[in-house]
Design a protein around this ligand. Structure first.
Ligand code: TXA
Ligand code: MG
Length: 393
């Protein structure tokens, strides 16, 4: 890998951890592997560096960042208050894919990290390279996922390269990220329970087990979370022509309005600012089909046949057990692995969505899965990518 020279900034492939840590301490932007997805790191105390993250990603400045630490003791420098429930969760899940939202000591971090909120999101990643990088840099690292806004989160260094080449100072390549979907974002409450603001690598059942108190969860299809204005602000036409993207977004907006008027089961729950953005909308139209195996197969086959008649370039994203059914009916057939291994499905999801964009499919169908365990995070990300288009057959 080398710089394409389209920007003054030079991306180093495979930067060594020591070199990368020194660059971070110097206010530079470095992408690095975590156990969930690749992050784009900067010193969370350095406002210029943090502003650089928002600029490189094209991220709206009202969407706050997660701060990554390597030792529990680093938390006290910038968290104003840590409850007993927070302590329990840290003891059980750190290092690991759990982010806690805590009251912040305002002066300790750049205000850009928290987007002006009085809370900060923190996690300790379970990845040796990430931990070594944080320790060697001596900085708390603000790090959102290392994708351009509107693209799937990166699970490989090459995904970071595709999106941010020429916009950041380095990438540390640690091979494939493990979990494949982002961390679970949680806010604990005075009753010792918690609200899940974003489902992720730690499941609701695991949280309940540790807290031994009620845990509210956001529903997977998030109709009510999506702000139609924000869809326009963040979704970027990647490969489609402006007119196609415009009509796609207009359609999405009218669907979302419907959802918003129907929504409301989680009206009381605190919100994660990021949840109002459609993080990723493929260039083509994605729809999800959920139901019994036979009904799903039939539903997908019928929709594929109709799409063929319309002249669409079609794609399916299904489990291994059913892949053979569609190999003739779809132009691009991708697998999430066995339907009995949702951890595997989570690790493959984002790369598959990137593959659809690369292959230029215009109409894609994905098989839904159970919302048990990590299935909740999979369905949450899939339904966001589908703009809430879910067929229950
Ligand atoms: O697994 C992950 O969490 C990855 C890796 C790189 O650590 N990071 C990640 O960051 O997914 P990002 O920026 O893509 O998502 C951060 C989420 C957003 O939904 C944001 O709104 C929410 O965390 N968040 C950040 N600070 C918050 C706060 N103070 N209160 C509520 N939500 C917050
Ligand atoms: Mg992200």
């Amino acid at each position: 890998q080398g710089s394409t020279g389209n920007n003054a900034r030079n991306v180093l492939g495979n930067a060594s951890v020591r070199e990368a840590a020194a660059m971070l301490a110097d206010g530079k932007l470095i992408a690095f592997p975590t156990e969930t997805v690749y992050g784009l790191g900067a010193d969370a105390r350095n406002t210029d560096a943090v502003a650089g993250i928002f600029a490189a990603k094209g991220r709206p400045s009202d969407n706050p960042l997660i701060v990554h630490i390597a030792n529990r003791s680093e938390l006290d420098a910038f968290a104003a208050e840590v409850s007993e429930a927070d302590e329990k969760l840290m003891a059980a899940f750190w290092p690991g894919p759990l982010t806690l939202v805590l009251p912040v000591r305002a002066e300790a971090l750049s205000p850009k990290v928290t987007a002006g909120l009085d809370t900060v999101a923190v996690r300790m990643p379970d990845h040796p390279v990430a931990l070594e990088l944080i320790r060697a840099s001596g900085c708390p690292l603000a790090a959102p996922s290392a994708n351009r806004s509107g693209r799937p989160s990166p699970t490989l260094a090459s995904h970071v390269w595709e999106d941010l080449n020429g916009r950041i100072d380095g990438i540390v390549d640690g091979g494939p990220a493990g979990v494949g979907v982002e961390s679970t974002v949680v806010r604990t409450n005075a009753l010792g329970g918690a609200t899940v603001l974003r489902p992720g690598g730690v499941s609701v059942d695991e949280l309940i087990q540790v807290l031994d108190a009620p845990v509210n969860q956001v529903s997977a299809d998030h109709g009510a979370d999506l702000d139609p204005e924000a869809v326009m602000a963040e979704a970027e036409p990647m490969q489609s022509s402006p007119t196609e993207a415009g009509s796609h977004n207009a359609e999405l907006r009218s669907e979302l309005r419907d959802d918003v008027t129907q929504g409301g089961t989680t009206e009381e729950a605190p919100r994660s600012p990021g949840m109002k953005y459609t993080h990723y909308a493929p260039s083509g139209q994605l729809e999800i089909v959920i139901g019994s195996d036979d009904q799903v197969k039939k539903g997908i086959r019928e929709r594929l046949a109709a799409a063929r008649v319309r002249g669409e370039k079609t794609g399916v994203l299904v489990f291994d057990e059913h892949l053979a059914c569609y190999e003739k009916g779809a132009d691009v057939a991708l697998s999430l692995g066995s339907k009995h291994d949702l951890r595997e499905a989570a690790s493959r999801l984002y790369a598959a969505l990137r593959q659809f964009d690369e292959s230029g499919t215009t109409y894609m169908l994905a098989e839904g899965c159970s919302e048990e365990g990590i299935g909740l995070a999979i369905m949450n990300r899939m339904s966001k990518a589908a703009g809430g288009r879910i067929h229950r057959v």
